[in-house]
Design a protein around this ligand. Structure first.
Ligand code: MV4
Length: 594
């Protein structure tokens, strides 16, 4: 096994990889940009090296510098995480050529072979894996595309050879759109991937996105860990992923898993990877292979019990997978919610800022993968994902319930995608598992998103959270029952309505009367009156005294419980008409303020 591994990445995935290293006794090396000096992955690592300025092109994408650091630190392996250099076959090849350093991932040859989409389609066809009807060679002219349109029937998709993730894809609905779409797909391919080759597929109108997690070792074992459903996407960005897919029956599940295994064997693929499929009308079609660990690998871990990053490391070190396909069982259901610093009510625009609070949920079946803490600054230099919430339960129905519970306890301090997720957990189509890849973009309205943020915003300061040292809100006990009271009305006696979210309501569990206090109530004459019949246990103030808002002015015993009566606002005590031991009726004045 390796002795020291460099993680060429940042954020939660860097910490995820290092935690697997820690369990295997491998020392860890972090790299970081100027923007990440105080980042979580730097703190987690055994050693850390600055590799340049904030822009990724000058730091996390600088493969040469990263390999230099690996040499300097004496690292014997590099794990790329996801994004950045993870699917860069040239970088993989440079690591493979570096003396004494192992690339934790598939061979650069396998990456190159699968990175060219028509080549990947050919490999899959050779392995008897169904592909979407289309070409396995690039198309050379618009006229050729029109012939294919006639053959398959419209709509068709023109896709960039080097593409993926929706970039460089053009949907064509009739022959007269072909010319423009062909030219623009070529331009995008050239711009994004340095490759203007394009090919054609029949376009499926409403597919599901189902992907199979693969593990393959260097000793001829290739296994699948079941599938994930990633159909809930917004503009090609996944937002919620789950395992297993609610869209597959056991027959289709077994068929798609076996197809993925055949495909990666054909490609001489090793390490972890994902084979992506489109599923429509009970049929599945190969789309592309992701040659990296993915963000959503977690849900497969939760339902199989397999630590995928650990297996990546073991495979790269030449060890054998310790299971056969029959050993792998799918147990229960898991969902991953990407918690992004984005405002769903504002077109999911990033919401950079300082985390005045950060308090993720925990408890049974709840996993948080993150690399941030309270007080951290969410800058705009990299992606907006600040954490992943992964929820696991015995069934999908219970996973939905548990996810509601977990999300309702996620305090962040900036606007996030939490309200969006809570909206989805109330959405009948999502709950039924019937959503396809176009569902979000076509169905969820801005009004719904705005209402969700209004109701469930996470951009709440600690100071506004009921139960903390708030100056604006009152916590009172009435007959022993606790109430979080938002003080509204006359601003001179207090007031902002803190958006606390203790029990699901944005204004606390009760918030009706103006300046209500436990056992006492403020009337128009500024008298704090008894809210119930009881006995005065103690009077804590006398006329002329200044009291602060929230200060206990007297204690009233009622129904065998002591209730603190607090001042609803700061003021001067004008009169105290009661004394210790007095019996009072509901509505009797206790303390008069001026
Ligand atoms: C498709 C398709 C329908 N038919 N190909 C989008 C990203 C890129 N990886 C491939 N994509 C698609 N390819 C054919 N022949 C629909 C999509 C697609 C999609 C796929 C997966 C998840 C979300 C999506 C959203 C829009 C379109």
């Amino acid at each position: 096994m390796f002795e020291k591994l460099l993680v060429a990445n940042r954020g939660e995935i860097a910490v995820r990889v290092m935690s697997a290293c820690e369990e295997l006794g491998i020392a860890t090396v972090a790299v970081y940009s100027d923007a990440d000096r105080d980042a979580g992955h730097v703190a987690y690592a055994d050693e850390a090296y600055n590799i340049g300025p904030a822009p990724a092109s000058e730091s996390y994408l600088d493969g040469e510098t990263i390999i230099e650091v690996a040499n300097r630190a004496g690292a014997d392996a590099i794990h790329p995480g996801y994004g950045f250099l993870a699917e860069n076959a040239e970088f993989a090849s440079q690591v493979e050529s570096a003396e004494g350093i192992t690339w934790v991932g598939p061979s650069s040859d396998a990456m190159t072979a699968l990175g060219e989409k028509t080549n990947a389609r050919q490999i899959m066809q050779n392995a008897d894996v169904p592909v979407v009807p289309g070409t396995t060679d690039p198309v050379e002219s618009a006229a050729e595309v029109r012939e294919l349109g006639d053959e398959f029937g419209y709509p068709i998709a023109i896709k960039a050879e080097g593409g993926g993730g929706g970039r460089g894809m053009k949907i064509v609905r009739s022959a007269d759109e072909v010319e423009d779409a062909f030219e623009s797909a070529k331009r995008e391919g050239e711009a994004y991937f340095d490759n203007d080759s394009v090919y054609v597929e029949k376009f499926l109108e409403a597919p599901k996105h189902v992907e199979v997690q693969i593990l393959a070792d260097e000793h001829d074992t290739a296994l699948h860990l079941g599938e994930r459903d990633c159909s809930l996407q917004r503009r090609h960005q996944k937002v919620i992923e789950e395992a297993p897919s609610p869209a597959l029956d056991s027959g289709l599940r077994e068929a798609i898993g076996n197809a993925a295994r055949r495909g990666v064997r054909e490609a001489d693929y090793t390490n972890a990877g994902t084979v992506e499929f489109l599923v429509e009308d009970g049929e599945f079609y190969f789309m592309e292979v992701n040659t990296r660990i993915q963000v959503e690998h977690t849900v497969s871990e939760e339902v199989t019990g397999i630590d995928i990053v650990r297996e990546q490391l073991r495979i790269a070190a030449g060890e054998e997978l310790p299971y056969t396909q029959d050993d792998i069982e799918i147990d229960g259901h898991a969902m991953e919610f990407r918690i992004n610093a984005e405002n769903p009510a504002n077109g999911f625009a990033p919401t950079p800022g300082t985390l005045s609070t950060y308090n993720p949920p925990g408890g049974l079946g709840v996993r948080i993968d993150d690399a941030i803490e309270k007080g951290d600054v969410i800058a705009g230099d990299y992606d907006s994902m600040i954490a992943k919430l992964i929820v696991r339960a015995p069934t999908r129905a219970r996973c939905l319930e548990r996810s509601r519970r977990a999300l309702s306890h996620f305090d962040v301090g900036v606007e996030t995608t939490v309200p969006f997720h809570r909206l989805m957990l109330d959405d009948e189509t999502f709950r039924a598992g019937a959503h396809t890849t176009n569902y979000l973009d076509e169905t969820v309205s801005n009004d719904d998103l705005a209402a969700a943020v209004e109701r469930w915003s996470t951009a709440v300061d600690d100071d506004d959270v009921a139960g903390s040292d708030s100056t604006n809100d009152l916590v009172v006990e009435v007959e022993g029952q606790r109430f979080d009271v938002a003080v509204t009305g006359d601003v001179s006696r207090a007031a902002s309505n803190g958006g606390a979210d203790a029990g699901g309501s944005t204004t606390g569990s009760t918030a009706s009367s103006t300046g209500s206090a436990g056992g006492g109530q403020v009337t128009a004459s500024d008298a704090i009156t008894a809210e119930m019949q009881g006995t005065v246990l103690s009077v804590n103030v006398s006329p002329g005294e200044q009291v602060a808002q929230g200060e206990v002015v007297c204690v009233l015993e009622a129904m065998k419980m002591e209730n603190d009566v607090v001042a609803p606002a700061a003021g001067t005590v004008a009169d105290v008409p009661v004394t210790d031991g007095d019996t009072v009726d509901m509505g009797d004045p206790l303390v008069v303020l001026e």
